[in-house]
Design a protein around this ligand. Sequence first.
Ligand code: SF4
Ligand code: SF4
Length: 299
Amino acid sequence: MSASKTHPVTNVLVVGVGGQGVIMVSKVLALLCQRQGHEVKQSEVHGMAKRGGAVFSHIRFGKKVHSPTIPTGEADILIALEWAESMRWINQLNPETGTFISDTHKIVPPFACRNRSRNQKAVYSKETPKDVLGKVAQGYALDAVGVAAELGNERAANTILLGVMSTVLDFSVDDWLDVIAKFVPPKSIEINKKAFLYGREWVKEATIPEMNGEVEIEKAAELTNELEIIPAWCKGCDICVRMCPEHCLELDAEQKVVNARPDNCTGCRICEWLCPDFAIKLHKVPVNEKQPDAAMVEA
Ligand code: SF4
Ligand code: SF4
């Protein structure tokens, strides 16, 4: 797929939630297109400024592009960094020719859990890759975050998706890698290269991943909440302490957050969502695997 006489403008819609790298993905594509001599127009909406808010970016490229906004139902590619976001935007995809690419990774926003008591059901998209992939002209869904974590850095998940997308656009691998290297930290260039090539290879034998429509929080009978705090990243801003509805968190003498009342934690993820420094992560772990003193780990 490329901008040509029969396909004058190519439309790519990148979607996800705050903190995932939607803007990085769209910048890589925009620069790559510019370098190939295309006119590029890009528009972004950052949604809520904090982590967890919806973020999307329109990239349109071709010989001449008049508007930065993709008309409804005319996205040639929808690339989603989060599963529910892919569902939210799927109607933007061209139903005849569009390519759907999504991470199956689920980020359940804290306010999706409307009942704050422990282990209540969250409201989240029930569609599975099987439900969706048969209904689009071309589609790929994979656990990019899981693969990236196995490669050594879960933040390289976006580059795996770029690798998948590269198979439907007419740009060379070297050009892709050259541009990606400009947008990732120097020490992670190698892992991003691996991630990109993984995405390209995966397409050759792409399968539909098994995924049920549940989210972890709904299987909660056997799961419990484990808070991972990374002291090196915590700057003691106090936001999570003040916003935790259950008053679980405190700052210690070094102004680092600690989980002082872990038994009160309902797993609502508000702290994870609000921390500007990614210093808190909530894990749902089987009850019998919970670490007795897992609240703090060194970065
Ligand atoms: S964990 Fe995050 S939100 Fe909480 S005090 Fe530290 S930096 Fe602030
Ligand atoms: S510690 Fe975090 S996840 Fe637990 S109740 Fe407080 S805000 Fe929610």
